[in-house]
Design a protein around this ligand. Structure first.
Ligand code: SAM
Length: 338
């Protein structure tokens, strides 16, 4: 237990999907006048260095955020909002699904999808030199979900963060303290699956929950499904957001199906977005050694999504595929119901 450290994975393709979706959700949900409670059950360290030992060792950000940005030109701050950007991939027969999309990013003048533009703007906010120059070499700091969520809050909103790893809890507490936002953000070293119960329903009856475990233990898959079922029972109208890996493992395949069944049975709307960047097949290198492909795909399952989310992802996912896709298996799916 606890060998997972998100610092090795910060800024990878799964984070691009997760954080683009999270920003679209936060942007919409914080527009209303009533207070919002945001609960992040698996918060991580909050901030990561993209030039630090962990990220450089894993190289995952190279296949994520750096690949996304270097496939197109990011305009410097002065010329912002209309940088040269990836050309959307050709429409497939089913407009919500694309497999085998163009792997080579094409640059076109039609701009980033708004959700990706918002994601890049968040990165700009944390990296002034990157914002000024547009040069990805100056992209040094990557925000985890707590920092993304906090940025969108207004005075009446609250953020509850849970992180069990002792080192990441310490980093998270320190990073949040530096923000000087006082009691608006609470950090606890508790089991996020269990702690969630206490906060539902929230005082103003508006909440968004992000459940983003490491799935280091097989039992996490079952715990996510149980925790979400319990949460929907306690507070049916909350927005529940689950990140999940798409890997050849029965529990991983079952999880989005279980979440869909749960949403349908509870009469709630749902959305499921998945991004594949490469094949999940094992390969062999020149010496005959078996090479594991690393994470090939991941998904975001949202119960009670805002009505704007589908369109936001419909525009952003083809650009992610075009820029992050590594082979002919690259593609996306976007389903919704309710
Ligand atoms: N949500 C973060 C983000 O997007 O930046 C990344 C979170 S990372 C995938 C999962 C985190 O959950 C790890 O830091 C791990 O230590 C922590 N964790 C594992 N089990 C937990 C539990 N039961 N409750 C709270 N945190 C847990």
């Amino acid at each position: 237990m606890f060998s997972y450290r998100h610092a090795f994975h910060a800024g990878n393709h799964a984070d691009v999907l997760k954080h683009t979706t999270l920003i679209a959700l936060m942007k919409y949900l914080t527009q209303k006048d009533t207070a919002l409670t945001v609960i992040d059950t698996h918060a991580g360290a909050g901030l990561y260095r993209l030039d630090g030992d962990y990220t450089e060792t894993s190289g995952e950000a190279q296949e994520g955020i750096f690949k996304l940005l270097s496939g197109s030109k990011v305009a410097p701050a002065q010329a912002q909002r209309a940088p040269a950007a990836p050309k959307p991939i050709a429409k497939s027969a089913n407009p919500a699904t694309s497999k085998g999309a163009a792997v080579k990013p094409a640059v076109a003048p039609d701009g980033w999808a708004p959700a990706l533009q918002d994601y890049i703007d968040v990165l700009r906010g944390l990296n002034p030199q990157f914002a000024e120059s547009g040069d990805v070499a100056h992209l040094k700091i990557y925000p985890g979900s707590p920092f993304i969520e906090q940025q969108f809050l207004s005075g009446r909103d609250k953020l509850k963060l849970f992180e069990l790893h002792p080192t990441d809890y310490k980093s998270l507490s320190g990073n949040i303290e530096q923000l000087g936002v006082g009691r608006q953000v609470a950090v606890s070293r508790e089991d996020g699956f269990e702690a969630l119960k206490v906060f539902l329903p929230p005082p103003a009856r508006r909440a968004m929950v992000l459940c983003d475990p490491s799935y280091e233990m097989k039992s996490d898959y079952g715990r996510v499904a149980t925790c979400m079922a319990d949460a929907v029972k306690r507070f049916a109208t909350g927005t529940y957001v689950v990140w999940y890996p798409i890997i050849p493992r029965p529990e991983a395949h079952d999880l989005p199906r279980k979440l869909k069944t749960l949403a349908v049975k509870a009469g709630r709307s749902w959305l499921n977005a998945a991004l594949t960047v490469k094949s999940s097949k094992l390969t062999t290198d020149t010496s005959g050694e078996v090479v594991r492909p690393g994470l090939p795909a991941s998904g975001m399952f949202v119960i009670n999504p805002p009505h704007t989310l589908k369109a936001a992802l419909q525009a952003a996912l083809p650009q992610m595929v075009a820029l992050l896709g590594q082979d002919r298996n690259a593609g996306f799916t976007l389903e919704h119901g309710g």
